[in-house]
Design a protein around this ligand. Sequence first.
Ligand code: FEO
Length: 392
Amino acid sequence: MKARKIKENIYWMGSVDWDSRLFDSLIPLPEGTSYNAYLIKGSEKTVLLDTVDPPMAKEFMAQLAGIPKIDYIVSQHAEQDHSGTILQVLKKYPEAKLISTPKAKGMLIDLLKIPEECFITVADGETLSLGDKTLKFIYTPWVHWPETMVTYLEEDKILFSCDFFGSHIATADLFVIDEGRVYEAAKRYFAEIMMPFRSTIKKNLDKLASYEIDMIAPGHGQLFPRPEFIIDAYREWTLGAPVNKVVLPHISMHGSTQQMVDYFIAALVAKGVQVEPFNLAVTDIGKLAMALVDAATIVVGTPTVLAGPHPYAAYAAFLANALRPNTKFLSIIGSFGWGGKTVDTLAGMIPNLKVEVLDPVLCKGVPTDTVFQSLDDLAALIAQKHKKDGYK
Ligand code: FEO
């Protein structure tokens, strides 16, 4: 794709990655993604904001072919999908200075071996004049690394935000058209990498509240001509207010746990509790992460295998512990053959979750009527606790 004009002297550059289906060897990309860089031509200086993932470098460098001079490269975030082509850009423009936070400077040196003399570090709130345009650098740490900052173009009221407000969507549309589609993708992205830092991100939102923002230009996905849409969504997600919902990651080997899961889903529905089941044999962990953003309760469904939880259930517990959702209750259901330590093992894997553990429902072999009654009782207890705490 060629560079695209956003406003006079402001251009999108970068690459739309239509085909990638996995990011960081971990995060599913059902809709691909884009790596967005931006070129701003001031009356005196030209600046490039971020670069692209190294596999996209050829396309990106071709976009720069007609740009005779770049005075500054701004690295808003040191992760390689935005910084990985900086060395190639510096090679083409050896006179350019690389602007970053002091923390990002150290990381860029560690990750990319960028020579120290290339850098100019900026303080929080520092400005840079390009002549008729002014950039203001605003520290926004932990979105989702510690060194992250955003850049505000004062005259045009554009906020360049890198990962902040981003979404993994590959599309030929530069600007958001379908807000519902972007809401889902941006929530998924928030859940996958930002949820553990939501209290700091909330402070970053408060910090940005005093800026008049006409447009947000993120590092992934489409640009927001109506910024309040995504800012309001982030306000909701960073609050992490639980709703009347059970997230049910589950796996079964010979069908007994599956019978319990199926029965339990119906029991929750009968009690008026929303439920989102995820069969861990086939699930998309991004959707699981997204469901955790506002779930009041997690119930893990797992058989006992090798004296503990199924490894896929352990993976889900590890993931939930790392993502630190604001979940309030947790329980376990499942079948075992002769014994094991499934409950102890899973309970020991979630130290970050400040949850009340509700008595698990375990059964030997296939579930009996007594087991189904216990599942009804667990569903009733969850419904009662959600109601008591006012989760809707
Ligand atoms: Fe899009 Fe944290 O990199």
